[in-house]
Write a protein that binds this ligand. Structure first.
Ligand SMILES: Cc1cc2nc3c(=O)[nH]c(=O)nc-3n(C[C@H](O)[C@H](O)[C@H](O)COP(=O)(O)O)c2cc1C
Length: 184
C-alpha cells in the first residue's frame, strides 16, 4: 500500500462536474480528519458540511468572491476550536491570525494536519478538493454563524473535478533539505 499516488496526483481543483457527492463519501472524508494527529491529542478540529446553495453564497462572498466555488457540491468548513486548550490558555482577546496568541497557533497547526488527511482521503476516493482560505476571519465566522472561539482554518471544496491541472511547481529537494545525515 502506498499513498504516494494520491500525493502525486492531488491538485487544487477549481472546476467541478454537476455530480453529487454522497453522505457516505463525505463521512469517509471526515473520518480521515477525525483520526488525524495533534499535539497532546487535543483534536481541536471541528467540521461543518454545507450543501445548501443559499448557505454557500455568503461563504463565497466572504471567501473573496471566488465564484468557481459554487460549482462544488460540498463545502467542508474546517474549524479550530480554541476551547480545546482551555486548560492551558484562556480564549485570547484578539482571535484573528494576527493576534499572536499561542492557542491560535496550536489549534491552527493541528487542524491543518486534519485537513491534509481529508484532502488525501478525498483524492483516494476519486474526488477532488481545493483548500480555500482567502478570507477575513471575522467575515467568515459571520458567514458560517459561529463564534470567535473558532478559527476557520479552511473552507474545503469537494466534488468531482472538471479539470486536470498540471502539477504545480515545487521547490527542489536541494532547496528544502537543509541537512541530511546519510546512513553509515
Ligand atoms: C492555506 C491554503 C489556502 C489556500 N487558499 C486558496 C484560495 O483561497 N483559493 C484558491 O483557489 N486556492 C487556494 N489554495 C490552494 C493553493 O493555491 C494551492 O495549493 C497551491 O497553488 C499549489 O497548487 P496545488 O494544490 O494544485 O498543488 C490554498 C491552499 C492552502 C494550503
Amino acid at each position: 500500500m502506498s499513498i504516494m499516488k494520491e500525493i502525486l496526483e492531488r491538485r487544487s481543483v477549481r472546476q467541478y462536474l454537476d455530480k453529487d457527492v454522497t453522505d457516505e463519501q463525505v463521512m469517509e472524508i471526515l473520518e480521515a480528519g477525525r483520526l488525524s494527529l495533534s499535539g497532546s491529542n487535543t483534536q481541536p478540529w471541528r467540521f461543518m458540511v454545507i450543501r445548501d446553495k443559499a448557505k454557500k453564497e455568503p461563504i463565497v462572498r466572504a471567501d473573496h468572491e471566488q465564484e468557481w466555488m459554487m460549482q462544488a457540491p460540498v463545502f467542508i468548513a474546517c474549524l479550530a476550536d480554541m476551547k480545546s486548550r482551555l486548560d492551558e490558555y484562556p480564549i485570547p482577546e484578539d482571535t484573528t491570525e494576527t493576534g499572536g496568541s499561542n492557542v491560535i497557533k496550536l489549534v491552527i497547526r493541528d487542524t491543518a494536519i486534519a485537513v491534509s488527511f481529508m484532502v488525501l482521503q478525498a483524492q483516494h476516493m476519486g474526488l477532488n478538493t481545493c483548500w480555500t482560505g482567502w478570507y477575513d476571519q471575522k467575515a467568515m465566522r459571520e458567514a458560517l454563524g459561529i463564534s470567535d472561539e473558532y478559527y476557520v482554518s479552511a473552507i474545503l471544496t469537494v466534488g468531482y473535478g472538471a479539470e486536470s491541472p498540471e502539477q504545480r511547481p515545487r521547490h527542489s529537494m536541494e532547496e528544502i533539505l537543509l541537512q541530511y545525515d546519510s546512513e553509515a
